[in-house]
Ligand binder design. Structure first.
Ligand code: IPE
Ligand code: MG
Length: 241
C-alpha cells in the first residue's frame, strides 16, 4: 500500500492525512474483495524498514493501527473475516500486541475472508525466523532440509501462495515483502496512489491477472495438453489455486 504521503502532499495536507485516507481505502478494499469472492487478502502495512521514518510519523502510524484495531475488529468479526497479523511484533508496544492477539483470537474461526496485515514484516526476516524455528524444533536437519520442511515455519503457512501481487504508488519493486511466497505470483504495478485504489482499480488488476498464462516453469503446449487438469508449480507451489 504505497502512496499515502504523496496523496496528502498533492492536497497540501500533512502525511498523516494520507495515512488516514489509506485506512479508509483498506476498509473499501476489504469489502471489494469480499464482493469478488477473494479468500485471502494480505496488506503490507508497515515494513521492517519503515522504522527509519521520522519518529513522529512512526508514532502516528502506530496510533492509527491501534485505533483501527479498536474500532474495526468488531465489524470484521460480524462480517466473518479472520484477522491475522504477520511480522516481528516484539518491537510493538504491549498494548498493540494485546489488541492484535485479542483480535486474532476473536476472529480465528471466521472463513469468509482471511485478512492478513503485515506489520514490522520483512521477507528476509520471515525466511530467517522460519529457519531458526525449524532448526530449534528439529536440530538433526541442521546440515540439510527441504522446502517442504521449511515452509510450515513461514509466517503465512496457513494459506496458499498468492496469485496476485499489487503494488500501488508507481514504484516497481517488491521491497522485501513476501519474498519466498511470491516466487510464482503474478506482479501488477500501478501508478494509482493507495488512497485512490478502489474497487474499480482492483477490477483492473484482476482483469490484467486474468490475461496472464501461469506456466509454473512449463511450456504453453504442456499447459494446453493438461487442459482440464490444473497446472501446479514445482516444489508444491500454488496447489489448488
Ligand atoms: C505507504 O504510503 C504507507 C506506509 C508505508 C505506512 P507512504 O507513506 O509510503 O506514501 P509515499 O510513498 O510517501 O507517497
Ligand atoms: Mg512510499
Amino acid at each position: 500500500m504505497d502512496g499515502n504521503g504523496r496523496w496528502a502532499k498533492k492536497r497540501f495536507l500533512p502525511r498523516i492525512a494520507g495515512h488516514r485516507r489509506g485506512v479508509e481505502a483498506v476498509r473499501a478494499m476489504i469489502k471489494a474483495c469480499v464482493d469478488l469472492g477473494v479468500e485471502y487478502l494480505t496488506l503490507f502495512a508497515f515494513s521492517s524498514e519503515n522504522w527509519r521514518r521520522p519518529a513522529e510519523e512512526v508514532s502516528l502510524l502506530m496510533q492509527l493501527f491501534v485505533r483501527a484495531l479498536e474500532q474495526e475488529v468488531a465489524r470484521l468479526h460480524e462480517n466473518q473475516i479472520r484477522l491475522r497479523v504477520i511480522g516481528d511484533l516484539s518491537r510493538f508496544e504491549p498494548k498493540l500486541v494485546t489488541l492484535i492477539q485479542q483480535a486474532e483470537a476473536l476472529t480465528c474461526n471466521n472463513t469468509r475472508l482471511t485478512l492478513t496485515i503485515a506489520a514490522n514484516y520483512g521477507g528476509r526476516w520471515d525466511i530467517l525466523q522460519a529457519t531458526h524455528r525449524l532448526l530449534a524444533d528439529k536440530p538433526d536437519l541442521a546440515t540439510s532440509f527441504t522446502e517442504d520442511e521449511l515452509t510450515p515455519y513461514l509466517s503465512m503457512s496457513y494459506t496458499r501462495e498468492p496469485d496476485l501481487f499489487i503494488r500501488t504508488g508507481g514504484e516497481q519493486r517488491i521491497s522485501n515483502f513476501l519474498l519466498w511466497q511470491l516466487a510464482y505470483t503474478e506482479l501488477y504495478f500501478t501508478d494509482t496512489l493507495w488512497p485512490d485504489f478502489d474497487a474499480k482499480a482492483l477490477n483492473h488488476a484482476v482483469h490484467s491477472y486474468q490475461q496472464r498464462e501461469r506456466r509454473f516453469g512449463r511450456t504453453s503446449e504442456q499447459l494446453r495438453e493438461s487442459l482440464g487438469s490444473r497446472a501446479s508449480a514445482p516444489g508444491g507451489g500454488p496447489p489448488d489455486a
